[in-house]
Design a protein around this ligand. Structure first.
Ligand code: ZN
Length: 136
């Protein structure tokens, strides 16, 4: 089950500059910054009430974020939905005809297991499923 929008991801060219911009916009400072080297990305997270915004800056020219900005410019990159059972949802959505970009959940930022759905199967929207990693 998808339970809520967990965050909205925004691709930016200059994370430091965008941190300042979004701190002004949201009137709150980012609560964390984190690099996911496997994805070639540095992220920072803002939170207001239940809403999170993830800013994403590429760390190398061949990363997905760099390619996205090259093609489309800065802007909204993905919508992430919280799920309770990521494997079950991946199976369900695959059976519904959505294209999964990864066949097994992978480690994302902010202590999450994530899976992305191809935008071409979702009206041009890159959809992220994310599940809080269970504390062991
Ligand atoms: Zn995300």
């Amino acid at each position: 089950m998808l339970t809520n929008v967990e965050h909205i991801g925004i691709a930016v060219r200059d994370l430091a500059g965008s941190n300042e911009l979004f701190a002004k916009l949201l009137n709150v400072q980012p609560y964390k910054s984190e690099s996911v080297e496997s994805e070639g990305v540095t992220t920072s997270f803002f939170q207001i009430n239940q809403t999170k915004i993830e800013l994403l800056e590429a760390t190398r020219p061949d990363s997905p974020i760099a390619r996205f900005i090259e093609k489309k410019g800065e802007g909204i990159h993905h919508i992430a939905f919280e799920v309770e059972d990521i494997l079950g949802e991946m199976e369900r959505l695959k059976n519904e005809g959505f294209i999964l970009l990864n066949e097994t959940p992978k480690a994302g930022a902010d202590n999450k297991l994530v899976c992305f759905l191809h935008p071409k199967s979702a009206n041009g929207v890159l959809v992220e499923l994310c599940q809080e990693k269970k504390k062991t």
